[in-house]
Design a binder for this molecule. Sequence first.
Ligand SMILES: [Zn+2]
Ligand SMILES: [Zn+2]
Ligand SMILES: [Zn+2]
Length: 746
Amino acid sequence: MMYALTPDVPLGPFEGVPVTVWSAQSKQARLHASSSCSFLRSARATRQQVRLDASTVDRMCSQCGSYRSWARPGTGLDIFLEAVSGLGLLYELDSYTEADEDSYSEDDVRRAAALLRSKVHDHQCNTPEQEIEEDEEAEEELSDALNVRRTVLSEWRAAFISLARVHQIAEPFPWLKPWMRERLIPKIDRMEKLQDQAKQLIARESVAAAAAVSAMTTPDIPVDDPALTVLGKPTDVTSQVTSLWRRWRSTVEDGIERPCEQTSGIYDLGNRMSSRRKGRDQVLARARKLLIDWEESALHQAAASEAGERVLVARVPQGAVPRRGAQKTDLDRLTEWELGALVSYSIATDWVEPSLVVRVPEPVADRLLSGRSLLDYGEQSTVPSQSAVEPERLSDLEYGLGPGVFDDTPVHARRLLTLEHVRALRETLHDPEQMYIVFSRESGLEVVPLSVLEERCGSGWQGVIVAGASDLPDVLFPALKSTSVDEGTTEADSRWSAYSHDPELPDFGQDLGIAEGEEAIQSDYAGRRDFESARRSLALARGVADLRVLDPTGYDDRGYPRTAFPRVVWDGLLTTGTLHLAPFKPASKDGWGGSELPLGVLAKVQVYTSDAAGLYQGRAHAFHCTHRRHDRGITRDDHMVSLEELLNNEHFDPCSKCGGYAVRRLTDSQVAYYRAAHRLHALSRRINTSSRYRATTTEELTKTLDELSRLTRQTTEAWFPSSVQAEQWRDATERLRRELRASDAD
Ligand SMILES: [Zn+2]
Ligand SMILES: [Zn+2]
Ligand SMILES: [Zn+2]
């Protein structure tokens, strides 16, 4: 069942925040989050803004109240509503408060505990024959008792996880704590009841013995024992008995049975020699005895080491309990032994940050502290009081996740982003990995991916979020005309071949431009709804100063790298072809070299390559080259240089397949200058061809030259950052004019 927000839940700083609702005219009409809610029957429903408070919550339609559509995705209110309603806080507070239909009664537990205790204390290890003769009824009773223990243990764990989850959910919203306190009482009671039951069902001495076995050293193998010689040569005896010991130890160390009861391994030993029945019984009986000896020796070794007790705190690590109820948590993967140790030695629970305090004997402490657990264990010097401790932390009120962190309060009301906020966002949004426009005093305005923000917050960065992708106004993203798809060719092919290689044609160089970048994404998404978000990502990423920060740094809870956007956005950001740089290269004597034109507005274009200066073995590659071992876009290890630097570096050694680099897509004026430079370069080639072989008339050449030399002031300023470069361009055109006249005079 999904839980709707109820009027008693304190709204804290969200009290009075305006929300958009739909409702029929009357004063008492239910409020709906969406006009399409099936409970909104009136055809005359109107859209209105109301202030969020207890009375509005009371009027909310329960269907709409269970889902969080009252707020824009990713805003603070959205995160709060997601945390509380649906399968969030209200659901958790309502679960594990009492015994359910699968729980066992107190009597069941008592009976099972008595039986299990008698197995541990009054037991003499039976020989295999005796065990077979045990009556079926006793077997059944034992299996019932074990079932009771398993159920109680797993209920206890679930109650513990639920309490941990309540605290994790409420963490960013400190104003909930006073309200929660009373509602937590039945949950804590229930968990403590289960803990008591589990304590009855688990023998501490078995838990301690298992820890001792886990730490014991390889025992001496009695190779000369006549009962074992049927196993073969002394080396066979050693290897088979050692393997029995290993298997026994690994079964024992994860369980909570008395070690010598874990007999499954010895039948394996017997199975290998089933043909010699007489010797087999002897071996089995001897093996049984060995288990008893080993248990004894483990306990002896443990007792010899400094005996004593230690008090440890087991903490649930941050993120070990995912917020959504259905997901498996790390705690579900604890071994039966660890659960048993936590329950049977627990002396206190702390619900400020979910943790358990245990007082344990040395071998158990060693094992818990060995670092093999999913929980964080630490030594505790002071023992807290028996009751759950929860100090007042009122200063938290200032740091909670209220309005002004993620949503669009006025910029002057924005609040500092913290690590807790980032985590809360991650747990709320389906796909929170994106870029944010942020502002800080130390670095001003920037566009930064969430994982980088997380790192920064972790190291004390102080800044605010100005906007995320969904905050960008729609007016910036008008609908695009759909791109047509030709039959038989892939879209990419038809797009690339559509651009001409003749600089005299107006679309020359457009394949390098930013408009083409957006089309690359559009055709990849072909009408999918998430195109809009990819398009916004592209726009935001264009503002990232150094694209290498977009290389994902962490992994999400499903183990995927945290990428700020889908892979195709890289194609929108960067060219997948290289530039033809002949116009900017030095001239050569034969006339077929470069035109020595200034790089102008292209000089500072960012170039990304795996190796800009021939530093590493092998050729340099662009991000999209199939020679790279991965396809995750630009990485932190890539080089970023300017086009000017690349052109001047004679050590740059590009791959012939990809051209060795990709550049940030060119702006309109960069594309225009790129085309103009190619036109001038082509013109110079034609002029240098003897007039007899020329395909173009002198009039045409003169016309083009006129066009390229009579630049407006705006164009000159847009193409050449310095007057020296503008001068070089003028010189080049003048020179061509002279050459044209001279060649015509021939
Ligand atoms: Zn509704
Ligand atoms: Zn390559
Ligand atoms: Zn290559």
